[in-house]
Ligand binder design. Structure first.
Ligand SMILES: *Cc1c(COP(=O)(O)O)cnc(C)c1O
Length: 365
């Protein structure tokens, strides 16, 4: 099986799935990332052998040797995307091909083997099909899919692992904002940076998150919901949040977002917002925005709105900013018009309620 193209998955249904009544109770209030479906996908990799043993099986703990490379050297990458119930009762994923491409780029940065795009997509279709009953009822929830891979070779030593395990788990999630979209407050950390040029900022790897937990804790200590990072070189320009990209709306309606220079995670929501805005004739600038520009722009009205975006929350308005140099509010601290409009457009496409001009919605069932 060279390269792992067109792998045939072995399906081993869970012999003891969660009972219907219990599943219905769990799905009534799933929250985020708390409950999981009955199955998982696993595919193994070994140097010289390629990807092998693709399986759909009961979700279960993974036996792990204490010398597994990932536990010591953190060779691990992941993805996150959602499957939605369509108005006709079918199920679709949003831009899974983009997640597949990014997973391959993350693998390359972390010196890991690349899973073929078609195998990645097939693995998602497999888990959605077998765990379809776990899609939350109604038109607000979704099934969050978490593909990931890690170094599973048993050894101590600094070199790329020669064995890997790829998995997909799935988690039903409710609306991110129960009770409507609420603007968040953000803390601009003076102490920590997320990514430096040449580092791993553009790779979706667990290590980036581990390094950001202290900064997020600092944000909470300052009474804020989320952390914002400045660039690591000049400590002047806005990079992104801990797990979301950022946009600014100028008074003439122009959207501005920091450019992808390798220190920012290339978000698929970010890309979708840019494409939707441009299609509607809105100007979009990818350029650095300093904290000073944000502060003075918010005061003068030159920056009218700001929002964060990512798969989990889609689009989140930013209401207020705190930093070592003081705090400020964006407009009245509420949800801006452009932010709300972009959010609605994107969510409607994702859920199959609006035309899909870019072919983003991939029907599975
Ligand atoms: C995943 C992620 C994002 C958002 O990417 P989406 O593809 O839009 O979900 C933004 N920043 C970081 C650091 C991320 O890990």
């Amino acid at each position: 099986m060279s390269g792992g193209d067109n792998l045939e998955f072995e399906i081993r249904p869970n012999p003891a799935p969660v009972a219907d009544a219990e599943r219905a109770a769990l799905l009534a209030n799933p929250g985020f990332g708390r409950i999981f479906t009955d199955h998982m996908v696993t595919i193994r990799y070994a140097d010289g052998k390629g990807w092998y043993e693709p399986r759909v099986e009961a979700r279960a703990p993974i036996p792990m040797d204490p010398a597994s490379a990932v536990l010591h050297y953190a060779q691990e990458i992941f993805e996150g995307l959602k499957a939605y119930t369509l108005p006709d009762g079918g199920v679709a994923m949003f831009r899974p091909d983009a997640n597949a491409a990014r997973f391959a780029q993350s693998a390359q940065r972390m010196a890991m083997p690349q899973l073929p795009v078609e195998t990645f997509l097939q693995s998602l279709r497999e888990i959605i099909s077998i765990d379809r009953a776990w899609l939350p009822p109604g038109d607000e929830g979704s099934l969050y899919l978490r593909p990931f891979a890690y170094a599973s070779e048993v050894f101590l030593g600094v070199r790329p692992s020669m064995e890997y395990l790829y998995l997909v788990i799935a988690s039903p999630v409710g609306p991110y904002f129960s009770g409507g979209v609420k603007p968040v407050s953000v803390w601009v950390t003076p102490d920590y940076t997320r990514a430096a040029p040449g580092g791993t900022g553009a790779a979706k790897c667990g290590g980036n998150y581990a390094a950001g937990l202290s900064a997020q804790a600092e944000a909470i200590e300052h009474g804020c919901d989320q952390v914002v990072y400045l660039d690591a070189v000049e400590r002047k320009y806005i990079d992104e949040l801990g797990g979301m990209n950022v946009f600014f709306v100028l008074d003439d309606g122009t959207l501005v977002t920091p450019p992808l220079t390798g220190t920012i995670l290339p978000g698929i929501t970010r890309d979708s917002v840019i494409k939707l805005a441009e299609r509607a004739g809105r100007r979009v600038e990818e350029r650095p925005v300093s904290l000073d520009e944000w502060r003075t722009g918010a005061a003068s009205g030159a920056i009218r709105e700001a929002f964060a975006c990512g798969t989990a929350a889609v689009i989140t308005p930013i209401g207020s900013v705190k930093s070592a140099g003081g705090g400020f509010t964006i407009a009245d601290g509420g949800t801006g018009e452009v932010t709300a409009d972009l959010r609605k457009q994107l969510v409607d496409i994702q859920r199959g309620r609006a035309e899909d001009p870019f072919g983003w919605v991939h029907r599975v069932l």
